[in-house]
Design a protein around this ligand. Structure first.
Ligand code: SF4
Length: 109
């Protein structure tokens, strides 16, 4: 895990949102919409069928944007939580849980 002393903007971004996923989606060439370019198990709709703004407001995809470290069980009491990076795709593939935490270097600091 990478720890960087956050600047003012990054600190408040990480305090409120997932620093990787906030405000982003992936749209494949067939129109499928995903929460992340790596997490392709679940699509949240198709822009050729449903307008993107409807997908963004009704699909639950923005719940990933809210996954800050305060919403992750082992992280919410960690003093590094607003400087620690996060990859939900990697953690999800390692733990099988979209809110799982496997990669953590806190014990080695
Ligand atoms: S518990 Fe580990 S992964 Fe979570 S914020 Fe702290 S250092 Fe980062």
């Amino acid at each position: 895990m990478r720890y960087v002393a956050p600047g003012y903007y990054e600190y408040y971004l990480k305090k409120q949102f997932n620093p990787c996923m906030i405000g982003s989606v992936t749209i494949s060439c067939d129109g499928s919409v995903y929460a992340c370019r790596v997490m392709r198990k679940n699509d949240y709709g198709n822009i050729y069928i449903t307008p993107l703004d409807v997908i963004l407001t009704s699909s639950g995809i923005s719940e990933y944007w809210q996954l800050n470290k305060d919403s992750l069980e082992p992280c919410k009491t960690c003093h590094l939580r607003y400087s620690c990076d996060d990859c939900r795709a990697l953690e999800s593939s390692l733990t099988g849980d979209p809110v799982g935490v496997y990669i953590c270097g806190r014990e080695t600091l």
